[in-house]
Design a protein around this ligand. Structure first.
Ligand SMILES: C[S@@+](CC[C@H](N)C(=O)[O-])C[C@H]1O[C@@H](n2cnc3c(N)ncnc32)[C@H](O)[C@@H]1O
Length: 268
């Protein structure tokens, strides 16, 4: 069976997109290959798409001709649209009886303000649906060859945001360190020095394996493997930039073995 007919056959089970409805969807970490079938179907059926900066432009190639595109992210120094303006736009488009797709990077309910948008839609009486996406933490770990869980190494994994590190409403990094479980930090690169210092003060060793995965799953993906003590300096020296995830914990040490074994299998 061709790829097209396989997709067409599977897409028959996707929900119907009604005019006047808003779907909040996750486009995954960047690579179009991570899109779910429901999200592909929604992109092709939408009358209006409101998308974020982390949504790769190639994903929008699946939209139908004449679709209304609204960029709602921050890119190249442009200021991001205010959250209230974005929700107002979604509601206004729905009231004009458009099929409105709100497309976000990763998963809409993971550090994506999807919850706030869903609440605003519900309070305004706009019907909505959530289409999950692969959140960047799990896409990035898999793409970089780091297992999110590994028997014998971890029984939990922590997803944290680093955007407020060092500020009043910051997380209790020492409490996270005390769990002994791996931590994946979203939006943490700018505060990497503060985060590593807080984790070290919380009792993690200098030598704890740590990695940064930048632009995961895209052709620009870069991975830095280091230790908690050294990673902030190395990331800066090597020009690591957003979007990036920081991974701290023993799961990082699995990468060397897995990548080497994979290389040997491929070359056999
Ligand atoms: C506002 S959050 C959005 C998270 C998204 N909803 C998700 O589920 O992945 C943006 C952060 O996600 C992470 N991120 C998103 N895409 C990424 C990618 N392709 N590679 C590395 N990090 C990524 C970065 O930490 C970035 O600063």
């Amino acid at each position: 069976m061709s790829l097209e007919s396989a997709i067409a056959r599977l897409a028959r089970a996707t929900p119907a997109f009604q005019p006047g409805h808003v779907w909040l969807a996750g486009a995954g970490p960047g690579n179009a290959g991570s899109l779910t079938l429901d999200v592909i179907a929604a992109i092709s059926a939408a009358d209006a798409i409101v998308y974020d900066a982390l949504v790769d432009a190639t994903v929008l190639d699946a939209a139908r001709q004449g679709v209304e595109l609204h960029f709602a992210g921050k890119r190249g120094g442009r200021v991001s649209a205010a959250q209230d303006d974005i929700t107002a736009l979604l509601i206004a488009l729905a009231r004009k009886q458009r099929r409105v797709l709100r497309l976000k990077g990763g998963d809409p309910y993971v550090f994506g303000r999807g919850g706030e948008e869903a609440l605003a839609l519900a309070r305004s009486g706009v019907p909505f649906r959530i289409l999950p996406g692969v959140t960047s933490a799990f896409g990035a770990l898999a793409s970089a060859g780091i297992p999110a869980t590994m028997r014998g190494l971890n029984k939990a994994i922590i997803l944290a945001t680093g955007h407020a590190a060092g500020e009043e409403e910051d997380l209790d990094w020492a409490a996270l360190a005390a769990t002994g479980q791996p931590i994946v930090v979203y939006m943490g690169l700018r505060n990497l020095g503060r985060i590593t210092a807080a984790l070290l003060a919380g009792g993690l060793r200098d030598s704890t394996p740590a990695a940064i995965i930048m632009a995961a799953t895209t052709p620009d993906e870069r991975v830095l493997v280091s230790t908690l003590g050294l990673i902030a300096g190395e990331a800066e020296a090597q020009g690591f930039a957003a979007p990036a995830l920081i991974v701290i914990g023993d799961i990082v040490s699995m990468r060397a073995e897995l990548v080497e074994l994979e290389r040997l299998v491929r070359s056999a």
